[in-house]
Design a protein around this ligand. Sequence first.
Ligand code: GDP
Ligand code: MG
Length: 698
Amino acid sequence: MEPLPRETSPHERRSNKEGPAELVVALVGNPNSGKSTIFNNLTGARQQVGNWPGVTVERKEGHLLSDGKLVRVVDLPGTYSLGAYSEDEAITRRYLLTEKPALVINIVDGTNLERNLYLTVQLLEMGANVLLALNMYDELQARQISVAVDRLSQLLGIPVIPTVATRGQGLPELIRAAWAAGGQKKEPLVINYGPEIEAEITALTKMMEGIPELKGSWAHRWLAVKLLEGDTALLTALAPNPRRLPPAWEALLAQRAEAIKRLERVFGEDLDAQFADRRYGFIGGLVREVVKRRPSAEERLSLSDKIDQVVTNRFLGIPLFLLAMWGVFQFTFKLGDPLVGWVEAFFEWFGGIVGSGLEGAGAPEIVRSLFVDGIIGGVGSVLVFLPPIFLLFFALSLLEGSGYMARAAYIMDRFMHTLGLHGKSFIPLLIGVGCNVPAVMATRTLENKQDRLLTILIAPLMSCTARLPIYVLFAGAFFSANQGLVIFSLYLLGLILAILMGVVFKALFFRGTTSHFVMELPPYRVPTFRGTLLHMWDRGGSFLRKAGTIIFSAVVLIWVLSNLPWGVEYASQESWLGRIGTFLAPLFKPAGFGSWEAAVALVLGILAKEVVVGTFGVIYGVQEAGLTEVIQQHWTPLSAYAFMAMSLIYIPCIATIATIKRETNSWAWTGLAVGYSLALGWLVGVLIYQVGRLLGYA
Ligand code: GDP
Ligand code: MG
């Protein structure tokens, strides 16, 4: 490599048309990763040494000529992170932010992969165009540690070149790869920081879209993450005039302060650790996939590793996951059942008081009926299921806080991948246990459009909280001894159908390979009581809010339809409600529930699935017996199970349909989601009932 004159020749200028004639490359890496060795080897004597502006930190720049083209190399100070805590960090970050080099060569000490990749992950989150030099490769070989370089490259989505800087090995390949990769635009890496933090990230990025100066700047998501990590210096570094921020920027900072306040309420002191934990979780998953080492006798496994050996075991993983879920449902219903009885008694008492109070005040019968039969009967019949819902979320939050849920996703990823489905689909499915709306939105973490559409189609099959009241009511009426098990079976049915339909849709519409991804495995933790309660409240609270709004309105609508046409007996077959039900009932006869009440409950359940129970509350509320006894009179165990399955599968609720439409931006896909689920629900209901009858059940 010859030293190069400062003037480039006309020939080189012309080569501009075929591609960049000059490539600016920044060397970034942890201290002692071998940066200077690579820099010296590449640039030899062609170096200029100066200082970074304003500080005494040395600035080294050099160049080399390869294939007649110029590569300018900048050796940035060694750093572990991209924060602004130390001068070295700040310089590196400022250079990357403002100079935007065409390529960042990230030099990584292969013998310290976990720690070194922390910086890599941040570079990728930022959206930098990164080329990885896996240095100290000789040391890796000497220690008999093998790194699957291709797999690492595939999982990170960037080229990876093994190098031994001290011997110059791999450096020609590095330069060749640099030319190939230089100037590319990279999709930033997305690390999932959990629902609470993700919500704040979404809000902040939305605000950033409205700030013209941030257009075309670094990944907004990364800026938002940095802001939430407490790094405001970053924003001032990007501002046109750091001393006087425009109002939109001030608003962004105010929003950040609010967001941090909210997050601290959930995570407390742990908020900072969340970000590092999730990144290390990602890295842990990555290293697990690519590094194979001969375990030496003195190398002891950490407790977390030991637990993982069992929990994520190829054969034990799925049975243990099912066992954990079974435990969750046992806990929920063994504890929740008596509580449901108490809340039920409360609403009965409350209805009685309001009824006699209204009578005493001389209110007309119709008003008494609206309040007692309609509102208290309807909304109350749904609200009695608050205890199991909160208990379920309590148990799930515990599992999540302990780090187990991430393992569940890891296990299911492996399983789903063998079926040709994207493992990341499982995360939206898990979220679907709470509510299908955020589940559909969570598919945004799937980069591939086909994987995403597929997951949107199957996510509504996951049994959300709104279905739970239906199960508790029917399982309580017919399977009270095995309530937890029966309800668990319905959740499992949803999951199995989701995976089956995934395979079907994949074969029908989305043939091709699925991309790879890294499962994040955060360390196991003892969940904090406070955090668990807050998570529970966060999710269960939406059920309460729905009871106050949509379910309330639906119940009033049902009450009105039960009273019309004027003069008809309340909630009789002659009422409009009865007529709608009677018209549709024959459809459901083969599934064992051909009553007009069931038909009407299913139709109105499209508004929100809680309304299914609410409808029964309004219609049956007038009868002397409690809801459970009335159900026992109208259903059999078999038809009850078929009805629960149907309620699980048929048409997602309106809110989910609207979200599917928004996320797919297509009526065709939305129509398919509605249509197939209706057909599938009916089919499964009929199958259960007919097969059950053949087997001699009633
Ligand atoms: P910097 O702090 O990132 O600039 O790292 P240096 O270039 O100063 O290297 C740190 C130490 O690692 C030096 O002693 C190098 O000789 C050594 N080193 C660099 N690359 C390699 C390599 O690929 N293999 C081995 N065995 N040692 C290396
Ligand atoms: Mg150095």
